[in-house]
Design a protein around this ligand. Structure first.
Ligand SMILES: [Zn+2]
Length: 390
């Protein structure tokens, strides 16, 4: 399974004129659309086409050899492929990485470029945070781990009810005491659950949390949840601990993630646009976003899902410019054209841990050029604040 480290490593990759980076995404179609055999044929055709192009453009031997290897790989895919795949290759730098992904890519695609093409990966991973789903009642707790469609049950917490009978005193005499002791045990149990979640959050084992429990139990658990855990909570739904099925877990988790992501994106669009209007911590439009990326100001980068724009990149210092200038305004070296500026900014965002969000159907974002960013700070304003203070 692909990890954050894997993605960061891919984002670090810098090709040059001699080393091409090949990114190949394979998406199996639904059985109702096409047969899996056709999927494999389509994949092969795509690689063969790229091979012909590479030969025509007299690309270096590595690119051709790499494409040949990818082609050989697809030969083994004639059977059914329930999962999508991503392959990243640069023979010149000794890189061959293969990953299985949830079958949720937009399509089968192949890219030969200077960098790895990471947008499809960012889209799939962005829509599927690493989740914990906790089912809790007064005596039991079960924890599920859901990441990239893989669901697995972690350990369960369970406490036995204090036994009645010998030691509880004569009938009636100790009833109050027994009840208190049950309540203590329940309280202890909820604290245990909260502590387990806190440790998971602290170790970074999950990105987000979903809780399945009855309303009454939620009121008992909630006060014990650490504020950091509460921040990770995406939502909850009513459930019985004893008889949850895997299917229910997937279904409920999928729904809650979708809803909360939609909400998050929508709120972010409004926040960034508002901040940009008031000259606060928001910028819109490619030119301004590129500048903020260069200044290290960006916290969250927001783009329309189909966003693409021409730009130039300095061959020396890496400066990106929305104006198609031949020479770098920063260092004076020559620039090269980028067919799509996302080739450069997506890996840059991943390397710097910038939250990357793609949105659909946001007319507000459309009006400002389909790209925007929320900033951690504004360099111009913090400088102003410093000089005012001194
Ligand atoms: Zn430069």
């Amino acid at each position: 399974m692909i990890t954050r480290e894997d993605i960061r490593e891919l984002a670090q990759f810098q090709g040059n004129d001699a080393d091409s980076a090949i990114s190949f995404y394979f998406q199996p179609s639904r059985p109702t659309n096409k047969s899996h055999r056709e999927d494999a044929i389509l994949a092969k055709d795509m690689v063969r086409h790229a091979l012909r192009e590479a030969e025509k453009n007299r690309r270096n031997g590595f690119a051709r050899a790499d494409l040949q290897r990818v082609l050989e790989l697809t030969v083994g895919w004639s059977g059914s492929q329930p999962r999508a795949r991503a392959v990243f290759v640069c023979g010149g730098q000794g890189i061959w990485r293969e990953f299985e992904l949830p079958a949720k890519l937009a399509e089968t695609q192949l890219f030969v470029n200077r960098r790895f093409h990471l947008k499809p990966l960012a889209l799939v991973l962005g829509a599927q945070p690493h989740l914990w789903i906790a089912f809790v009642d007064r005596h039991r707790a079960r924890f599920f781990d859901l990441h990239l469609d893989e669901l697995r049950e972690r350990e369960a917490l369970f406490h036995a009810l204090p036994r009645r009978g010998r030691g509880d005193g004569f009938a009636g005499y100790d009833a109050g005491h027994a009840q208190r002791s049950v309540n203590d045990e329940v309280l202890h149990h909820f604290k245990n659950v909260a502590e387990y979640l806190r440790q998971g959050q602290e170790k970074g084992v999950f990105d987000n949390l979903i809780v399945g429990c009855q309303e009454i139990n939620w009121h008992e658990l909630e006060p014990h949840l650490h504020p950091y855990v509460q921040k990770r909570l995406l939502g909850r739904f009513p459930a019985d601990v004893g008889n949850v099925t895997e299917e229910q877990v997937r279904e409920q988790a999928g729904r809650i993630v979708r809803e909360s992501l939609d909400r998050h994106r929508h709120e972010l669009v409004s926040e960034i646009l508002g901040q940009a209007r008031s000259n606060g911590r928001g910028v819109t439009g490619l030119r301004r976003v590129l500048r903020s990326l260069e200044m290290g100001e960006v916290q969250t980068l927001l783009m329309a899902e189909n966003y693409s724009a021409h730009a130039v990149e300095c061959s020396n210092c890496g400066h990106l410019d929305a104006h198609m200038v031949r020479y770098c305004p920063v260092c004076g070296h020559s620039t090269r054209e980028l067919e799509d500026v996302c080739e450069a900014i997506v890996p840059a965002a991943i390397r710097r841990d910038i939250e990357l969000l793609y949105v659909k159907d946001e007319p507000g974002l459309d009006q400002v050029g389909n790209i925007a960013a929320l900033l951690r700070f504004r360099a111009d304003q913090s400088k102003g604040a410093m000089s005012a203070a001194s």
